[in-house]
Design a protein around this ligand. Sequence first.
Ligand code: DGT
Ligand code: CA
Ligand code: CA
Ligand code: ZN
Length: 574
Amino acid sequence: MTNKEVAEILRRIADMLEIKGEIVYKALAYRRAADNIEYLGRDIEDVWREGKLLEIPGVGKSLAEKLDELLRTGKMSFYEELKEEIPPGVVSLLQVPEVGPKTAKLVWEKLGITSIQELERAAREGKLRTLPGLGVKSEAKILAGIEAFYRRSERIPLATALPVAKELIKALKEATPHALKVTAAGSLRRMKATIGDIDLLASSHKPEEVIETFTRLPQVAEVSMKGPTKSTVFLHSGLQVDLRVLPPERYGSLLQYFTGSKEHNVALRGLALDMGLSLSEYGFKRGEEEILCPEEEDVYHTLGLEWIPPELRENRGEIEAAKEGRLPRLVELGDIRGDLHVHTNWSDGASSIEEIAEAARRRGYQYLVISDHSHGLGIAKGLTPERLKEQRAIIDELNRRWSDFRLLQGAEVEIRADGSLDYPDEILASLDLVIASIHTGLRQERERITARVINAMRNPYVDIIGHPSGRILGQREESAVDMDEVLRVAKETGTILEVNGTPDRLDLDDVYIRRAVEMGVKLAIDSDAHNLYGLDSLEFGVAMARRGWAEPKDVVNTLPLEELLKALKRNRHH
Ligand code: DGT
Ligand code: CA
Ligand code: CA
Ligand code: ZN
């Protein structure tokens, strides 16, 4: 058991004692012991093995006995009994700001409330105000507290969290000279599509001062926990940020530990144990001897592994690959030679063809595919075949301007509800590249929607399937499409699947990207930009592709123009 896990049990016991209405100092004693154990600086298990539990400040004879039972058996009967007495839902009420142990006990005993949902309902029905000691005002406060709690529990898109983290890192560095290195860790560093909370790490010879400065930053709305080496705060947006600070000589292990994922860490710890080492955020230990890791590489090298890119750290085979020296050379933004999916003001985009072409060229791209919507998508001002011809003339004209850059004409063709495509084949054939996507009828049942996508893939002029799952993060689940079948037919027909980098799409997601890579299905990483800023989104597509183990060879827009064109099935079959 880790110190943290033990501390969490003690804190939970303290909560339950308070709900029971035990004398205050008892709960306080458990909290103090919890803090001392968490920040002990060495493994509680080692202390226990040496029979020195009583030397931990705040741990008396009775608690030492309980800890001994816990560390020996994995269970503590005192805690188990409390759990029998107080339903877990009642303890969880304490997570709501404005709800303390007294209120939790009151609503549980008088109204039988055992969950936050039930508490919300009672508050909305005006039942709380009838309880002794509560009134209309406290009822409203509790309701606001519940809303704040829900806001905090929501996951936010990667693209929202990244700039917030960057800003905080900058602010912290400017506010104190004692923060030497400051880095984002956790799911943010692993570039997950959505982020639960932001984890920041700092190295410092004066951790306490860094924590102090951090909790006073103007971005911080509320400090929910503050200790000598760590703190948790809420920003005004309700976003939670954790900061942990250790001296530079331990920074590598700190960074490794808090980058996670938890599953990756569990596997690493197992590997360490096999080598007679214990691994924590403080470093390695072999018995009493400490092995410190100032750099993250040190952690992996000590275990005989290559350094593993954060995007891969999900315990999905990366540790075995690192051991055998066969980690993928992941695709990078710098490998991308062009964007295959952007919109202009010819359909629902904001910029002209010329503006977005120049912006793409300034990025160093060698090519850009203009892929406005087809006419069937009325809401997006889709192009009729006639307008498409006019657009071609403009693209041809612009192409005379550059020798180092090429504009291609594509289209994002709607896959209609009946499975047919929005342009006839001769129009599709006249384009340089065709993306087929579904924007309507996304709620169709599995067989029907899968048949639509497959029908599109069997068309010789459909090069790419756009945002294949149709998900919108936080708003719309992926469609019922049978992705395994889509992957199989993509392989068979040589159709490319898109990795759409739009922050609320990130579609395909990493799991399917990985399958595509394993099957040899090709990917296109696109921005789907609707304005000049939108071009930046390609970066998030790259992040997803990296999480899916994609190498440059798996991604068609890492190819030079001529090779890209050759890789399209239209040019292979015709
Ligand atoms: P999130 O915040 O839900 O998007 O996901 P993470 O991965 O950022 O998770 P978080 O913030 O709870 O913790 C950050 C990292 O710290 C996590 O990826 C691994 C490490 N960590 C946290 N708690 C534990 C734990 O109990 N055991 C282990 N092995 N690692 C932990
Ligand atoms: Ca996190
Ligand atoms: Ca966290
Ligand atoms: Zn699009």
